[in-house]
Design a protein around this ligand. Structure first.
Ligand SMILES: [Zn+2]
Length: 357
C-alpha cells in the first residue's frame, strides 16, 4: 500500500466534490493545470488579501490550494501505519472469467486488514479530509483500482473522525467547471444488501465455480471468503456490459474501460466486491455518467439513461449473484438519470456523513 496512491485518490475525490459543488478544480493530468505565481501571491498578500484569495490570484484552483501545485506544497502530511495489513489471500492472481468471456478479469490479492492514516495539517484542511473520509467510507473507496472493486474500508474510530469533521462547510470558488472531468453532479451511487439463504451462495456463481475446481484458486477463494470478501466486481461488470447494455462499442469502452488496459481507459463504472456486513452481505459502487466520451464527443442522453437502467435492474443483480430479494438503494433515487444541482450534491454529502447513517 502506498501513501501516494491514497493521496492520489483523495485528490481525485476532492476534485470531483469541488466540481460537484459548482467550484473549479483543474485537471492535474491535463494541459491547463494550475501554475502557482509567487509574485502575484505576494502582491495580493501585501494588499491585505486573505490567504484563500491570494492563492486564487496566484492561479490556484480550490483543489491545488490543498493538494499543492508546482511551487505550492500540499497542505497536509500523511503517514500510513500498515503493519497489520496482509494480502487478502495467499496465492495466485485470480482470473475471474464468466463462462461467456474468453479472457475475463485478473485480480491480485490486494491488501486486507487494519491500517492507520496519520494526518498532519491545519485545522480547516483536516476538517475537510475528515468529511471526505467519512463520505468515502459510505459511498466511495480509497487507493487504486476501484473499478475492480478494491479500496472499500470501514473507519474504526468513527466518533473521533466525526468530531474532527467540518460538516461540509466547504466554500468553493471559481467558474462552472468544464465538462470533461469527474464531477459529483454526474455521479450515480448504488448500494445493494442481501441476506443469502445459503452461506455458500457465492460458490454457485459460474465464474467462481470454475476457480473452485483448481486447488490453489479454490484455497485462495476460501481464504478471502472466510475474511468476508468475495471478488465479484467482474461478474457484475460482465452482466452490465455484455448482457444488459447494448450500445456502440466505443461508448462501452469509454464507460466500462478496456479490460486489458484498465488503467489507460479508466472505467467509469466502479463496483466493490461483496463483503459481509453483520448478518447481510453488501456490494456498492458508483458510475460517472460523463457527458462526453474520450474523444470529446457528446454521449447521447439515451445511452446514459440505458446505463442507469442497467444498474437499477434488480433482476440482473439477483441472477448474477444467485440471490433473492436484494435491497437496492440508489443516489440519486430517480428512475430517470439526471444531473444533480450543486445544492443537491451538498445535501447528499451532508446526509451521507451524518452520524445516524
Ligand atoms: Zn488546480
Amino acid at each position: 500500500m502506498h501513501g501516494s496512491g491514497i493521496i492520489g485518490s483523495l485528490r481525485w475525490w476532492y476534485e470531483a466534490i469541488i466540481r460537484g459543488l459548482g467550484g473549479d478544480a483543474c485537471d492535474p493530468a491535463g494541459h491547463d493545470k494550475c501554475k502557482f505565481d509567487l509574485k502575484e501571491f505576494q502582491k495580493a498578500k501585501n494588499k491585505g488579501e486573505n490567504e484563500q484569495n491570494a492563492l486564487k490570484r496566484a492561479g490556484l484552483c480550490d483543489a491545488c490550494k490543498v493538494f499543492g501545485a508546482t511551487g505550492w506544497s500540499r497542505r497536509f502530511r500523511l503517514k500510513i501505519d500498515e503493519h497489520k495489513i496482509i494480502p487478502a489471500w495467499n496465492g495466485p492472481t485470480l482470473n475471474i472469467r464468466p463462462p461467456d468471456r474468453s479472457r475475463g478479469w485478473f485480480l491480485n490479492p490486494g491488501h486486507w486488514g487494519i491500517f492507520t492514516l496519520i494526518l498532519h495539517g491545519e485545522k480547516p484542511v483536516l476538517e475537510q479530509l475528515a468529511d471526505l473520509l467519512l463520505f468515502l467510507e459510505q459511498w466511495g473507496a480509497l487507493g487504486a483500482k476501484n473499478q475492480l472493486g478494491y479500496g472499500v474500508f470501514h473507519i474504526e474510530n468513527r466518533e473521533e473522525v466525526e468530531q474532527r469533521a467540518g460538516r461540509w462547510r466547504w466554500l468553493v470558488t471559481g467558474n462552472e467547471p468544464a465538462g470533461g472531468c469527474p464531477d459529483l453532479r454526474r455521479f450515480g451511487f448504488f448500494n445493494i444488501r442481501f441476506k443469502p439463504e445459503n452461506e455458500k451462495w457465492w460458490t454457485y456463481i459460474p465464474a467462481l465455480e470454475r476457480l473452485l475446481g483448481g486447488e490453489n484458486t479454490a484455497r485462495a477463494l476460501k481464504q478471502t471468503g472466510e475474511r468476508g470478501m468475495i471478488p465479484l466486481a467482474p461478474v457484475l461488470k460482465n452482466e452490465w456490459r455484455f448482457h444488459d447494455w447494448q450500445g456502440p462499442f466505443s461508448i462501452a469502452q469509454w464507460l466500462f474501460g478496456a479490460s486489458r488496459e484498465e488503467d489507460r481507459v479508466r472505467s467509469k463504472v466502479n463496483v466493490s466486491w461483496a463483503y459481509r456486513n453483520g448478518e447481510k452481505w453488501e456490494m456498492r459502487g458508483w458510475v460517472w455518467l460523463s457527458p462526453k466520451d474520450g474523444s470529446g464527443q457528446v454521449i447521447a442522453s439515451h445511452h446514459l439513461q440505458k446505463l442507469w437502467k442497467c444498474f437499477r435492474n434488480e433482476n440482473l443483480w439477483s441472477s448474477a449473484l444467485k440471490i433473492s430479494s436484494p435491497e437496492l438503494v440508489f443516489k440519486p433515487a430517480d428512475q430517470r438519470w439526471r444531473e444533480k444541482t450543486p445544492a443537491a450534491v451538498r445535501g447528499f454529502l451532508e446526509e451521507s456523513t451524518c452520524s445516524s447513517s
